[in-house]
Design a protein around this ligand. Sequence first.
Ligand code: SIN
Length: 495
Amino acid sequence: MEKTEVLIIGGGLAGLFTALNIDSNIKITIVVKDSINIANSELAQGGIAAELSKSDDVLIKHIKDTFRAGANLNDALATKTLVYEAGDNIERLIEFGVEFDTDNQGNLLMAQEGGHGTRRILRAGGDATGREIMKALKKRIMEKENINVIENAMAIDLIIKNGICHGATIIDRENNVCDILSAKVVVATGGLGAVYKNTTNPKIATGDGIAMAYRAGAVLHDLEFVQFHPTAFYGDGAGQKFLISEAVRGEGALLLNSEGERFMPKYHELKELAPRDIVSQSIYREMYDTWSDHVYLDIRHQSKEFLMTRFPTIYEKLSQNNIFMEKDLIPVAPVEHFSCGGIMINICGQTTIPNLYACGECAYSGVHGANRLASNSLLECVVFGHRIADDINSSELKIEECELPAHKPTIKHYEFKSVRVEIRDVMEKYVGIVRTKDGLDIAYKIINRHYKNLSKTLVHSHYYYETLNMATTAKLIIEAAMARKESIGCHYRVD
Ligand code: SIN
């Protein structure tokens, strides 16, 4: 058993930014499932949406765009907080060493993405915003004496006594299990994309935080709102797909169907820059109507020099596939990208379980409504991460002694491969962009069978918990989708 004052589960932007804002005299342990270099935040291309002006008129426009994208299902206080606290947290990122892209005069460059009425997205390294932010924060984390990072270990369950959280149990890749007692726990485990066959998320995004919080009895919210990114690169095979940032459409790329026809003007007044749910659903419709499994992005009006500077990561990836943005069409298709729902938190980041916080994609703060506005997710990580840190800094941090059961070690390394494959196939087929009652019923039957079988299994390995978390998260998404009968935002029911 180990002890720490604050335990943070997850090493993406939400986890690291929270840690860096907690007072330096507080002992923090960060548990990271893989290496600290593997996190969804690293992959964020487009950027971080933020109005730096203090003018109400300007800020209210960002709030309105967030509500319009979220089909007005957003929480008003959380969204106002998100937008009004953006500027201070961007300054904090800059203090931590993040270098956002600027013009020759040193003014921050702002990009445009779907659903935004104006250019308000800060970026770094052209299209490598997540990577650049994470690079700066990781450097800071390594310099901090009060922060200990444990890599290659996943939290498997929260330690709950009398309804209060007292830490978490972790397991490493050799199936060694250890309890960590702590005064406060922050769940920042990121997304759930790995429950789908095609996703932009890394394969470690198995919904662990959501599943753990569910087992602990925390309230979850809005899990039916799984967002599909309209333009993942088509041609990478199944699994983790490479993203072609929405910022490419922000620089004027058009969407063409397999017949070479532009189609977005017939679906929405904002055309290619409509909110993401609309663009993904429109692409789905076009693929269906043209018997195709992809569409194209066309940015051939921009020069090679511009494209290589503005989108260095995307340009390189595509050229490795013999596609040159200045002269070729880019084949793309929608894939799972982001969970708008999650573990319910209040404005301070507290979940419904005392001493337990959640932050980032695994959390439901209310800012995304039924469909997240592009590039609001990194902003959510920093605004709510900072708020959690403030709450912890002003709390008494007492580590309670707990009687804990002994853990039965396992030497088995079963991968549960067939179960994982079936979960991904079923979610892709029946719980994707378009949903029906019949499809959801079929999915529920299959997934619930896996969930029940896994819940009874006695091989408590690292792989086991990942697979159980996948089945749990998939089941919760389906239950939420079954309960919501109307189409709204990312949840589109054709029946
Ligand atoms: C993108 O660059 O298109 C992704 C940004 C986001 O998911 O907000």
